[in-house]
Ligand binder design. Structure first.
Ligand code: SF4
Length: 361
């Protein structure tokens, strides 16, 4: 990809630092970036497929030292339900993505360079200042999200190193189109891998600009490394809503771990995909039922919290009591006690505090 001549591109270029995730040029082999599953090869000076990692003078540079957005919100707004329910999280995002989904909720960040989005400027920050903000706002969790954070894994690791030192839980909200090298690199300072699984077939991923196998491999690897994993599938009408596809995903997740929470998110028309309606409520209800029938223990309908509140609660996998009650991406009450259902003592997997708690919604 040629670098786009934009003020944003040149500002990001000024901020970029030498990358650590690559295999060096050797005799007979070119420099190769390992920060996502594209594994771009660099001959001469150019940008990778993401547009934000690039070579200059034969050196690979990676994003860092800035944020595009940062917000303090309920941790649940990241579609993360088994991580400190009721806690506040500081979520930050940057620019660029290795995929190009036509329905991206955050396209002004993820596709800023490709689309020549105007008015976007990076906010220069160092890791300590960002974590100071999180701690000062009473956050328990720090999330890297909005664009694809792992194409800036060096910067994410720097921020999360500081966050872990200050006692925060750390999470990436990722497309999962990554590599084992990235997961090993961030693992020492990462707790949570919240990943999208966007379809059941290779051609769906091809349409989004990536490949499916690395995503499934990353989910397996994240589990093997001991990360807490939650999976989101956006149920896009006439793209990712075929019941047989959703069954295949559920079956795949059960084979990895039936305790992985699976969120079925409602699609909303936006960006380049405005030619179809929102996901029908009935389709989501049916998909959630199918997920349970296939053997998953925690299946949620999301992005429809007000219409389908019942399907946003966490129920004990044994006695079916509600152990976390939610409303509109917020926890009303968590009754999980020492990581277990207070009624039957069945463990509830995830990252919970010891005691129950109630939050204002
Ligand atoms: S992060 Fe991915 S798309 Fe970007 S340069 Fe590296 S391999 Fe290429």
């Amino acid at each position: 990809m040629e670098r786009v001549s934009l003020p944003l591109a040149s500002e990001l270029s000024d901020l970029a630092r030498p990358a650590e995730l690559f295999t060096a040029r050797t005799e007979g082999a070119a420099l190769r970036c390992t920060a996502c599953a594209h594994r771009c090869v660099f001959e001469g000076d150019r940008a990778g497929a993401c547009g934000v990692r690039f070579t200059r003078g034969g050196v690979l540079y990676a994003p860092g030292g800035y944020v595009a957005r940062r917000y303090v919100r309920n941790v649940e707004t990241n579609t993360l339900y088994h991580v400190r329910p009721g806690a506040k999280a500081l979520t930050f995002g940057m620019y660029g993505c290795d995929l190009r989904c036509g329905y991206c909720h955050n396209w002004k960040l993820s596709q800023a360079l490709r689309e020549g989005v105007e008015g976007e400027r990076p906010v220069r920050m160092d890791a300590r200042a960002l974590v100071d903000e999180a701690v000062g706002a009473g956050c328990e969790v720090m999330c890297a999200a909005y664009n694809e954070p792992l194409i800036a894994a060096e910067w994410v690791r720097e921020v999360f190193t500081e966050a872990k030192a200050r006692g925060l839980v750390t999470a990436v909200i990722t497309d999962g189109h990554t590599t084992p090298e990235v997961l090993a690199y961030v693992r020492p300072v990462l707790d949570v891998f919240r990943v999208d699984l966007k379809g059941a077939r290779a051609e769906q991923y091809k349409a989004l600009g990536g490949r499916r196998e690395p995503v499934v491999a990353a989910i397996r690897e994240a589990k093997r490394l001991g990360l807490w994993v939650e999976v989101v599938t956006l149920v896009v009408p006439a793209f990712a809503d075929d019941p047989s596809d959703l069954r295949a995903i559920a079956k795949e997740l059960v084979a990895i771990d039936p305790g992985i929470p699976w969120h079925l998110n409602a699609f909303v028309p936006r960006f380049k995909m405005t030619d179809r309606p929102r996901t029908a409520i009935a389709a989501l209800v049916s998909a959630v039922g199918m997920g349970y029938a296939r053997g998953l223990q925690y299946v949620y309908a999301s992005n429809v919290a007000r219409e389908l509140t019942e399907l946003s609660h966490t129920r004990c996998a044994s006695c079916r009591e509600i152990v976390v009650e939610r409303f509109d991406y917020a926890t009303v009450t968590s009754r999980v006690t020492e990581g277990a259902c207070p009624s039957c003592r069945t463990p509830v997997p995830g990252i919970f505090t010891g005691a129950p708690r109630t939050s204002a919604t």
